[in-house]
Design a binder for this molecule. Structure first.
Ligand code: AMP
Ligand code: GLY
Length: 434
């Protein structure tokens, strides 16, 4: 089978690496890909939002499965585009349509969806620009910390958490009145602050049946000890020690099942991944957000732990035939460390030559913001590489990942040295304290 992956990050390199291991894969393409995916697949210079060209490519190259990595093409309707064209509608595409991707594309929609289906989540109230005075009054009556969320996609910057009412009032004015995030902040949610410890659970579904994939914890802040601004993700660990069997059972019963049945009741034919951002509050799961795709860098620890051939389940989910399908998951722990350009998530320079990519390492090296120029691989984004170590225990997995990191250098690089460290001595009953 010929397969097309859409995207150019570490997540897509990891999908390419995993898919390529299957005997079912004949030709593998990534559009547009990065310097890492050229080693595994063939890069196709088509932008992720050029649905016409992507569709034509699928016809020309007899693509049997399309895997959509990032949220933007999903929110913009790539599935709907394929379904509405006779020559494309029979090509299995993994990823929800516009209606399903709204779970990620609109925080107001996803909040109302959770409330309609009794899925545990923080209480929230939504305001629009004509309600600015009510919003300010409402904030005045709240007890900090205060959580403000822009309704639409805001490149990971749309959530503001503050201890100060004044700051919150100023922020909501900037969002609603001054349109700080453009159309994404036409609506703003004021949400109850949840205190707990976060983790992410991933579900592969065909809209009727589902497989729960390995869970992961990611490290969003740029600085060690979870300090400084938010990033796309500086590292991830799977499994997560506080995601006990008991906790995961609650996640399945209280969150996963009502999410899938809610989609069905609303007539949303959801085929793809649901990434559920959860807060573990004293042993109970609360949904912080849904994403309509896999996480990055969570994919870099989730896929290495899946022992089974991935193609049959991806294809079955895209075709609506997931019933009875399962995957085998390795007991080992995977740790990924993201190496970024100096200055990220603020301004950074690109085009630095990366050294050490050919050095032998037992770690898995997944590339993200990289490009090939003049036979050399150079940096081409904020997050540049994700280095994954997998071993029986967390300490050894960390060591393997950091051993891999040590072989790679470029001018100005930065990475966190504490990925997974908080989980090393985590007592199994410690989640009770959150
Ligand atoms: P989101 O974009 O919705 O994932 O939010 C970004 C981050 O803000 C989350 O990963 C949490 O760390 C934090 N966050 C979001 N909502 C809440 C909440 N209601 N209470 C506490 N923290 C939150
Ligand atoms: N690492 C978080 C995300 O992919 O959204």
């Amino acid at each position: 089978m010929n397969i097309l992956i859409i995207g150019n990050g570490g997540r897509e390199h990891t999908f390419a690496w995993k898919i390529k291991q299957s005997n079912l894969c004949e030709n593998l393409f990534v559009a547009p890909g990065n310097a890492g995916t050229t080693g595994t697949a063939q890069n196709i210079p088509i932008a992720i939002d050029d649905f016409e060209k992507l569709g034509q490519f699928c016809i020309d190259r007899k693509i049997g499965l399309v895997v959509v990595g990032p949220e933007a093409p999903l929110v913009n309707g790539i599935r709907d585009f394929f379904e509405n064209r006779p020559q494309l509608k029979t090509i299995p595409l993994l990823g929800p349509g516009k209606a399903g991707a709204k779970l990620e594309g609109s925080k107001d929609f996803s909040k109302q969806f959770m409330l309609r289906h009794s899925i545990p989540t923080a209480k929230a109230k939504t305001f629009q620009v004509n309600e600015i005075s009510q919003a300010i009054e409402y904030l005045d009556a709240c007890t900090p910390p205060l959580v403000l969320k822009a309704d639409g996609l805001a490149a990971g910057k749309g959530v503001i958490i503050t201890e100060s009412k004044e700051e919150a009032k100023q922020a909501i004015t900037e969002m609603l009145v001054e349109k700080k995030f453009g159309a994404a902040s036409t609506k703003v949610l004021v949400e109850e602050f949840l205190s707990g410890i976060e983790l992410s659970v991933f579900v592969l579904t065909d809209g009727k049946d589902y497989i729960i994939l390995p869970e992961a914890k990611d490290y969003k802040r740029i600085g060690e000890g979870d300090t400084g601004p938010n990033t796309g993700g500086m590292g991830a660990v799977s499994p997560v020690v506080f995601a006990t069997a008991d906790f995961m059972k609650k996640v399945e019963e209280r969150v996963v099942k009502p999410t899938i049945s809610g989609l069905q009741k609303e007539g949303i034919d959801y085929r793809g991944f649901i990434f559920i951002g959860l807060m573990n509050c004293q042993g109970n799961p609360y949904v912080i957000e849904y994403n309509a795709r896999m996480g990055d860098p969570e994919t870099q620890v989730v896929l290495p732990r899946i022992k089974s051939d991935i193609i049959p389940v991806l294809l079955a989910a895209a075709q609506g035939e997931l019933k009875g399908k399962a995957i085998e998951v390795a007991d080992e722990t995977a740790v990924t460390v993201v190496m970024v350009s100096g200055g990220y998530p603020g301004n950074f320079e690109k085009g630095k030559v990366i050294n050490g990519l050919t050095s032998p390492t037992e770690a898995l090296v997944f590339q993200a913001g990289t490009k090939e120029s003049g036979g050399r691989v150079t940096t081409d984004g904020g997050r540049v590489l994700a280095i994954t170590g997998m071993e029986a225990g967390l300490a050894d997995a960390r060591e393997k990942a950091y051993h891999g990191v040590a072989k790679l250098t470029w001018e100005g690089l930065y990475f966190r040295k504490d990925i997974g460290q908080d989980l090393l001595n985590f007592q199994s009953d410690a989640s009770a304290k959150f």
